[in-house]
Write a protein that binds this ligand. Structure first.
Ligand code: NDP
Ligand code: PYR
Ligand code: MG
Length: 585
């Protein structure tokens, strides 16, 4: 399979004295002020094929493929199965003691051999999720400037304002189905990481593929760089972003407006746009502004709400009660906290017929200034106001626990170690089986560890966290902590939306996803203290979530793929990308 560039070289290329091809285009000799043409090829073979991560199979190319695609001599003689390649790579990965080195090795693999990357991730999901996702992705973002090798997504900075559509057209794939976009201002619980937040859309989209089966080529990670207020980054000579303070107000709004319009123009009405890790002063507004005109989903507000609600629904069997029987207390009243709180109130409404406002009365939140109470109303951000109830001011979490007597304690503050021994002990004195969720990421920001939760509650807590913790043995019993992370939801949710051609995200779709996830928890899981099923069966879980989300979308009349497939679970499974190698002809 000859290529345009090769043909020219074969006909005209000459050997230089050192054995290399002559510098016929003057590329080697050109000085900085002389122009050269960056030649490209359109059909991959030979060396180009080995450098194309989408098609490269490395030592797995068969003898026939090596002949047909000019690969002879470019590979060692061995022909390995994909399974053997996987075994070798897993052994190599396990040899790295530093977690960030594993991350870098995984990113290298993704850039070298995409199918092998996804095979590893799918087959070893519990082991590799913490590497490509939280917690290690957090450290990777903090050090992104130093470890950055090749762009893995699209960078759209203020320099491109006015020509964002043009920038989108530079991405090599046109048939995009899902975009994860960040502006890097609230990366996990690590704060403003500016342009280095790119690790998050890249990581989230690799989960769209590995956990939800969305084709990798249909995924587009985007970072919008409007500057950063992180002085450490601005002073860092290796920082990869714009070296200026964040644009705000009209300049920011115009940038986002242009982006949203360009995305719709370039990819059409049904492109799913997932907002990720925006600061809350933009996140709520962007969601409210675009949810009626675009297919948008905010993972931190909506995905998190859906996954936590799923855990709560699943835990009802443990407590033998209904959601309406619980009293909830949150530490953290931002995107995650108020997003979860709203969805809980909505779910109770759907189940009991009671008004949402009424259900909010059993949901309390603490922010950095203490319990959210009605006397603070005037100074509260709009998303906190629905939860400002009548109560005297309380300025710390321990006193709030004592005053509110919650049955469920949820951490969404982004601040580590805030569920102290006294607080967990208080929860344990109030409840036979206190439900404690330490959702903040990465691990360093978790409100408490699994060990803290089990030890301080004498092994009685039902515990789950945003980043994974190892099982804990307490007084002879092994407790397995669950991972309450939106990674359970968005891949299957996105698949359901895409496969049904859903045109708008409705809260009922989130509720459907929660119910679907909760229904996947088995007796065996409950026995171990889990309120989430293990990630090992995530592809099956995602297919079920996708099916329930699609079913709800058809019911609401927002699905556009017609006729509705009869067996939606089977349809979801059939839609899913699998990473086994294809044979080339
Ligand atoms: N497990 C999961 O799937 C997810 C986890 N998260 C995690 O949740 C955390 C928060 O995210 P998000 O809600 O988007 O962030 P926000 O910035 O929107 O909200 C943070 C909230 O925490 C409050 N807060 C901060 N410090 C304290 C403190 N010392 N005491 C009490 N309250 C405090 C803030 O108070 P104030 O309003 O007064 O500033 C604010 O209300 C992050 O660590 C993130 O990684 C997020 C999404 C999903
Ligand atoms: C999990 C996630 O989305 C977050 O921590 O922001
Ligand atoms: Mg997030």
């Amino acid at each position: 399979m000859a290529e345009a560039g090769d043909e020219v070289l074969n006909l005209e290329g000459k050997c230089g004295v050192s054995g290399g091809v002559q510098d016929m285009y003057g590329e080697d000799k050109a000085t900085e002020d002389q122009l050269v043409t960056p030649w490209a090829v359109s059909v991959a073979s030979g060396h180009t094929l080995l450098r194309d991560p989408r098609y490269n199979k490395g030592t797995s190319f068969s003898e026939n493929e090596r002949d047909a695609f000019f690969l002879r001599g470019l590979l060692p003689p061995v022909v390995m199965s994909q399974e053997l390649q996987e075994k070798k790579l897993m052994a190599n990965l396990r040899n790295y003691e530093v977690p960030l080195h594993r991350y870098i090795a995984m990113m290298d693999l993704q850039e070298r051999n995409e199918r092998l990357f996804y095979k590893l991730l799918i087959d070893n999901v519990e082991e590799l999720l913490p590497v490509v996702y939280t917690p290690v992705v957090g450290e990777a973002c903090q050090k992104y400037g130093s470890i950055f090798k090749r762009p893995q997504g699209l960078y759209i900075s203020l320099k491109e304002k006015g020509r964002i559509l043009e920038v989108l057209k530079n991405w090599p794939v046109k048939a995009i189905q899902v975009i994860v976009v960040t502006d890097g201002e609230r990366i996990l619980g690590l704060g403003d990481l500016g342009c280095q937040g790119m690790g998050i859309p890249v990581g989230k989209l690799s989960l769209y593929t590995a956990l939800g089966g969305v084709r990798p080529s249909a995924c587009l990670p985007i970072t919008i760089d409007v500057g950063t207020n992180n002085q450490k980054l601005l002073d860092d000579e290796f920082y990869i972003g714009l070296r200026q303070k964040r644009a705000t107000g009209e300049e920011y709004a115009e940038m986002l407006e242009e982006f949203m319009a360009a995305v719709k123009q370039n990819y059409g009405e049904k492109i799913l746009i997932q907002f990720e890790d925006f600061a809350n002063h933009n996140a709520f507004e962007l969601l409210a502004k675009y949810r009626t005109s675009h297919l948008v989903f905010n993972d931190d507000i909506q995905g998190t709400a859906s996954v936590v609600l799923a855990g709560l629904i699943a835990s009802l069997k443990v407590h033998n009660c209904s959601l309406a029987d619980h009293t909830f207390l949150f530490l953290g009243a931002g995107e995650a906290g108020t997003g979860i709180a709203q969805l809980i109130a909505l779910e109770i409404s759907k189940k009991t017929g009671s008004p949402v406002e009424e259900n909010r009365k059993k949901i309390w939140l603490v922010d950095s200034r203490g319990l959210i109470v009605s006397s603070r109303m005037d100074s509260l951000q709009h998303f906190k106001k629905p939860f400002a109830h009548e109560h005297e001011p309380v300025d710390n979490l321990l006193d709030a626990v004592k005053a509110i007597k919650p049955t469920v304690l949820i951490g969404t503050s982004g601040v580590g170690k805030t569920f102290t021994k006294e607080i967990v002990e208080e929860m344990a004195s109030l409840n036979e089986k206190p439900l404690i969720l330490a959702l903040s990421n990465p691990t360093s920001q978790a409100e408490c560890t699994a060990e803290d939760a089990y030890t301080w509650s004498q092994g009685r807590a039902i515990f789950a966290s945003g980043s994974p913790f190892q099982p804990v043995e307490y007084e002879g019993k092994l407790h397995v902590p669950g991972q309450a992370n939106n990674a359970y939801i968005f891949p299957g949710f996105g698949l359901g939306v895409i496969m049904s051609g859903t045109i708008r995200i409705h809260d009922d779709l989130l509720l459907a996803a929660s119910e679907a996830l909760a229904s996947q928890v088995t007796e065996e899981n409950y026995e171990k203290g889990l309120i989430y099923p293990p990630f090992t069966s995530i592809r099956k879980i995602s297919a079920n979530i996708a099916a329930k989300v699609a079913e709800k979308a058809y019911e609401l009349g927002v699905a556009s793929v017609l006729p509705q497939p009869r067996d939606l679970v089977h349809y979801a499974e059939r839609c899913m990308y699998t990473p086994v190698y294809r044979t080339y002809r």
